[in-house]
Design a protein. Structure first.
Length: 270
């Protein structure tokens, strides 16, 4: 299904299942397909899933530079997707960058987010120096992607310690996921890093206590960095919970889909 943004760009929406709708927001360099067949099918057995391709990802059109990817325009895009699906408010599930966007929606568009699942996500960086250093790293990565191409980025990205757990995936599942990554275009990836990379996006640490939507943090036991971030977030978001999935790393939905579906559906159906 194609959804038109306010400025006329096409966003791709994949729907499956029946019942209460759930918005799925993928991570950097992903798409609706990056959730994996097992996680998507498992969730669709219980809910109507709305899996969007963010601009510049998957089958959606490319943004015209970083300015188009400000936080407000991106949240506008996601609202347009919900409107096209005739959904006023629903739970959101966001992974990594998609988790940051989900948290932003819960804070800035609370009438749209009934509850939220944040998988391997953060509220950003609290310190100005941290943010400045990270912006520099993101700019270097953006330049590398543009100059060396997407394949070079994918190879380096997948070798990083954050994604070591994906090495144990079934080869077919891993190859399908890598194919999603390789299908990206250099310009949009660089634009996302410059506009809404961790160093550029607003820090929401100081606003977590104002979140009203019930929240579940999901991390893998093999990802202690984001496990600690989730633990700190739970201390500040009223009523939030944190689930650690054994045997999974950063991409819990891909590395342990059955456990991920169990935890997410249980939370959504409360």
């Amino acid at each position: 299904m194609r959804v038109r943004s306010r400025d006329g760009l096409n966003l791709e929406l994949s729907e499956s299942g029946e019942g209460t709708p759930v918005m799925l927001v993928h991570g950097f360099g992903g798409s609706s397909k990056a959730w994996g067949e097992a996680a998507l099918a498992g969730l669709a057995r219980h809910h109507r899933t709305l899996a969007v391709d963010l601009l510049g990802h998957g089958a959606s059109e490319d943004p015209v530079g970083p300015a188009r990817l400000g936080l407000e325009p991106v949240l506008d895009d996601l609202e347009r997707v919900m409107d096209a699906a005739d959904v006023g408010s629903c739970p959101w599930v966001g992974y990594s960058m998609g988790g940051r966007l989900t948290l932003a929606a819960a804070l800035l568009r609370p009438e749209r987010v009934e509850r939220m699942v944040l998988e391997s996500a953060s509220p950003g960086l609290a310190g100005d120096r941290e943010r400045r250093v990270r912006r520099g790293r993101d700019e270097m990565l953006a330049l590398r992607i543009v100059e060396e191409g997407v394949d070079s980025w994918v190879e380096a990205w997948e070798r990083g310690p954050l994604f070591a757990g994906r090495g144990s995936l079934d080869p077919a599942v891993r190859e399908a996921f890598i194919a999603v990554r390789r299908a990206n275009r250099p310009g949009p990836l660089a634009a996302w890093l410059r506009a809404l990379g961790v160093g550029s996006q607003p820090s929401f640490w100081g606003q977590l206590h104002t979140v009203h939507a019930p929240a579940l943090m999901v991390t893998g036991s093999g990802d202690p960095k984001y496990g600690e971030i989730a633990r700190r977030m739970v201390l500040q978001i009223p009523g939030a919970r944190h689930v650690v999935v054994p045997g999974a790393g950063h991409t819990v939905h891909l590395e342990a889909p059955a456990a991920w579906v169990t935890e997410v559906v249980s939370f959504l159906d409360e």
